[in-house]
Design a protein around this ligand. Structure first.
Ligand SMILES: [Zn+2]
Length: 321
């Protein structure tokens, strides 16, 4: 598909510093090269696929000769209806992929000198585009399955006699969710969010190859996995690894997600928990490739991703409803 530009020397040399020095025309040309890499940057109508287009030089718009559709380099992508100069989107992507623990919207708003609201939505759009590679992802081979709970924190009271057992369901605030991951040894991590760990079984069955070996802990709801997969169990009360079964890789993913929560986003629970978990999975899954390549992968994903139903016009909707 669009590999040849990504593999080119011009592509690999797109460092953060270089992106920051691009003129808007150069940034637009870069966007075109990434989005329409099959045609060497020549625009293709996003509506009908026609190659014949008129150009409006002054307004940086194209018009399809076939269907008359007018479009820009970002029309029909995750950056549709953009408000900022094109270069700022390339910068946002570069900054986003550079933060190994994630990058807060507040920091991004300072870096780009834009409003917090703008940075918040922009970061979520990038997150959504990156996570799309996980949409139909399956895992195979040796697979660790594990869950970790986030959110629903009930503040402990100061007086011992007022303290409640926060492990009990009636003492939680209902916002608690569990991130369940399926993680290949030496492969990729695919996360999901559920109300309870046991609810993940149908998803596991859909995403884990039938010939895989699953590693899971002693929780009783995993007993049902034995009927579906060769399953190894590890009892965390006794040991973290008995040599044959272990979920250490899953644990390390969760500790990274918790560090992102504590160090960067502070509250990642609630409606965005899945988005953050998928972002961290993307970072994890692409950690071996260079920053420059991660950047291009992300830019490519953003321009290949359709308009976001969740994030397009987010603040307008929030204000009116
Ligand atoms: Zn057209």
């Amino acid at each position: 598909m669009s590999q040849h530009f990504l593999l080119s020397k011009a592509a690999r040399s797109l460092s953060l510093a270089r992106v920051a020095r691009l003129s808007d025309d150069e940034a637009r040309a870069t966007f075109q090269n990434i989005r329409w890499s099959n045609t060497d940057g020549e625009p293709v109508c996003p509506r009908c696929g026609c190659l014949g287009v008129y150009r409006y030089q002054t307004r940086h718009l194209f018009k399809c000769k076939g269907c008359q559709h007018q479009f820009s380099v970002t029309s029909g992508t995750i950056f549709a209806s953009r408000k900022l100069p094109v270069r700022d989107y390339l910068l946002a992507i570069a900054i986003f992929v550079n933060g190994a623990k994630g990058h807060s919207a507040l920091q991004l708003s300072r870096d780009l000198d834009v409003q917090y609201k703008t940075a918040f939505v922009l970061a979520h759009k990038i997150r959504e585009a990156l996570a799309a590679e996980l949409d139909n992802a399956t895992v195979e081979g040796e697979v660790e399955v594990d869950g970790a709970y986030f959110g629903g924190h009930v503040k402990p009271t100061n007086w011992v006699e007022n303290r409640r057992d926060r492990r009990l369901k009636e003492n939680q605030n209902g916002k608690r969710r569990v991130v369940v991951i399926m993680r290949e040894r030496a492969g990729r991590t695919v996360p999901f969010v559920f109300k309870a760990e046991g609810e993940s079984l149908p998803t596991i069955e859909a995403r884990v190859h039938p010939a895989a070996t699953i590693h899971a802990d002693e929780a009783t709801h995993w007993d049902r996995l034995h009927a579906l997969y060769l399953t190894r169990r590890i009892n965390h009360q006794e040991a973290y690894s008995d040599g044959a079964a272990c979920t250490n890789l899953a644990e390390s993913f969760f500790s990274r997600l918790r560090r992102a929560e504590i160090g960067t986003h502070h509250h990642i629970a609630g409606p965005y928990l899945l988005a953050y978990a998928r972002e961290m999975a993307w970072r994890e899954n692409n950690r071996r490739i260079s920053n420059g390549e991660q950047y291009l992968l992300a830019a490519n994903a953003a321009l290949a991703h359709p308009v976001s139903r969740q994030w397009k016009g987010y603040w307008q909707r929030a204000a009116s409803g």
